[in-house]
Design a protein around this ligand. Sequence first.
Ligand code: ADP
Ligand code: MG
Length: 260
Amino acid sequence: MTTTGDPQVYAVDVRGVHKSFGALDVLAGIDLQVRKGEVTVILGPSGSGKSTLLRTLNHLEKVDRGTIRIDGELIGYRRRGNKLHELRPREVLRQRSRIGFVFQNFNLFPHLTALENVVEAPLSAQKRERSAVEAEARELLRRVGVGDKIHDYPKQLSGGQQQRVAIARALALRPAVILFDEPTSALDPELVGEVLEVIRDLARDGTTLVIVTHEIGFAREVADTVVFMDGGVIVEQGPPADVLDRPTHDRTRAFLSRVL
Ligand code: ADP
Ligand code: MG
């Protein structure tokens, strides 16, 4: 790990992040750098702070301490002298519009078709031009394999199809990074593969991805870096061959022996 925060190199740069809920230190000093074009997979037991970490990256949760930069830009705050001032909601929305987020439960707008779901943020948050956005959305929906479903509503789609629409929606932002929070955990087992296949393609194409998942085999295959979290800290991180096959910490070994 390096100590410079060069935005040319890092899509995500997290420094000394703390977050508590009441007396609970959910994030107890997180440092994490993700290079552009790389895939980081976050593993860890339930309650270890994985979702909270992802949510701080796009300011869905405010940090108590520390800084987050996405593509070099400080998230949620503006620095004046030594002080950080919180950004206005409109500025936060603008920042968020460059960070894709794919949730466990798809979170598509139920009253919008697949196509409308994908074009919504590029039109409203990014103020892009409708005909170009629609053409790009159709292409993205084809790319994730639902090109024949663009006028269907979420409830007409399988879970795997809904999640692939959600990935197209994230891609339509032209994001600096896409965050995935257990993207296959809510799927019937036979639908997991089709969603992992789409994520695998993104990884191959050099999209910057941060993925929370319990799919260890998938992590081994796509991750440049595996991060193991427990109790609000990063216990260890490194290439999959190190963290998954030669973990140096007892807590990592105990976790892997439970999930493998
Ligand atoms: P993970 O995704 O690793 O399972 P989370 O980040 O969801 O973990 O949660 C970490 C801890 O923080 C858990 O103990 C959870 O109950 C707690 N927590 C998360 N969000 C909140 C919240 N909004 N208010 C209070 N406690 C929370
Ligand atoms: Mg979680």
